[in-house]
Design a protein around this ligand. Structure first.
Ligand code: ZN
Length: 97
């Protein structure tokens, strides 16, 4: 599987670290609802098809990415940079094209 890093181009999945489900919403820090925390920490869907995930290019530029991946065939449908520097990197990449 290749993941097209916006900074480095297409790279092997071996260079990336899976960061988890990007659709999870953390309960408020002051929440004392054990069910909400249990769902956040342990409950995971196992969807077939498009899934929003976090990946870090840990063997490359170390940027965090939000990736839409088809879990049935591992097709990468969309990749976007995350973090406060994402906009600046994207502007630089577009200017270089
Ligand atoms: Zn990269």
């Amino acid at each position: 599987m290749l993941i097209p890093c916006p900074c480095c181009g297409p790279r092997s999945v071996a260079e990336f670290t899976y960061g988890g489900d990007a659709t999870l919403v953390r309960p408020p820090a002051d929440s004392t609802d054990p069910d909400a925390w249990c769902r956040y920490v342990y409950a995971r869907a196992n969807p077939k098809g498009a899934h929003l995930e976090l990946w870090q290019h840990s063997g490359g530029c170390r940027c965090w990415l939000r990736v839409v991946r088809d879990t049935a065939n591992h097709t990468i449908m969309r990749v976007e940079l995350l973090g406060p520097w994402a906009e600046a990197i994207e502007r630089k990449r577009v200017a270089a094209e």
